[in-house]
Design a protein. Structure first.
Length: 291
């Protein structure tokens, strides 16, 4: 089925269909003339995507719901998350109405603080560390910050980590690198950051399988990283600037241990990553120069 017919049957625009293809929700066959051919199953999937988007589900949530395995469980998770979010919003509304009637009070602040502690750690960090710096910190940590904190030890680690990050001096970038980072931040919302970090976590869990499935991509990436084009790119310069900044201000020595206290899942990930790095260097010796 060609694009115009798909548009007519789903009510979606050409750009929307291309976007959902880019996000991996559909995989039409692309012919030699670059025309896309959609199967009846893909058209039905697009109808469901449009339906769920009209119900305000994010693309990430839709991907979870439409998986072949566990879709119903994912939908249950989405419903619970939405119910909790809506409940928190109603309670915030009640506090705001109380404030409108009676003005500010310490009791009201305590009620709001208790409510905010129910948010995921990711949302708390996103709110307390807005802007580019917060994005750079969150991008690699998101899969391990999706739950609220449940113990005093975790709360203590969170407060210490926030203090360390907040006390780090401003990161000063040249104008061209600042523009590069700001543009990347605009193009990478929270759900995409989470997806990117999750892909990295999946690779670490089974590095042998990941290398087997992505051997050509790894070879191309290593060639690019060793090329003059990469050396002259904003990405290479930014990587050097960030590494020097984080090394100088103790990010790795201070934040990573706190993060391991904050999230047992992240602690497990770090141990897996150390083992995966050793395995990667065994199988791809040229990667040593990049680690």
């Amino acid at each position: 089925m060609k694009m115009k017919e798909v548009q007519a049957q789903t009510g979606l625009s050409r750009k929307a269909i291309a976007y959902y293809q880019q996000k991996g929700l559909i995989e039409p066959v692309v012919g030699e003339n670059a025309y896309r051919d959609f199967s009846p199953e893909q058209v039905e999937r697009l109808r469901q995507v449009a339906f769920l988007r009209d119900l305000d589900l994010s693309v990430e949530e839709i991907a979870r719901v439409l998986t072949e395995d566990g879709g119903q469980a994912a939908l249950g998770d989405v419903l619970r998350e939405r119910a909790l979010r809506d409940d928190r919003q109603r309670r915030k509304q009640a506090i705001l109405e109380h404030y409108a009637r009676q003005g500010y009070s310490a009791e009201m602040r305590r009620a709001l603080d208790a409510l905010l502690r129910e948010e995921s750690v990711a949302r708390r960090f996103e709110r307390l560390l807005p802007g580019t710096f917060g994005q750079m910190v969150l991008v690699n940590l998101l899969p391990y910050l999706q739950q609220p904190l449940t113990t005093p030890a975790q709360e203590e680690a969170f407060e210490q980590m926030l203090s360390v990050l907040d006390d780090m001096p401003p990161l000063t970038l040249p104008n061209d690198l600042r523009d590069f980072v700001e543009q990347a931040g605009q193009d990478m919302p929270l759900d995409l950051m989470q997806k990117t970090a999750q892909h990295k976590a999946d690779a670490v869990r089974d590095v042998d399988r990941w290398l087997e499935d992505n051997r050509d991509m790894v070879a191309q990436y290593l060639a690019w990283r060793q090329s003059p084009e990469y050396e002259a790119s904003p990405a290479a310069r930014l990587s050097q600037v960030l590494k020097a900044y984080f090394d100088e201000h103790g990010y790795y020595a201070r934040v990573i241990p706190l993060m391991r206290r904050l999230s047992p899942a992240y602690d497990a990930y770090v141990r897996q990553m150390l083992a995966a790095n050793e395995r990667l260097m065994e199988q791809v010796p040229q990667s040593k120069a990049l680690l």
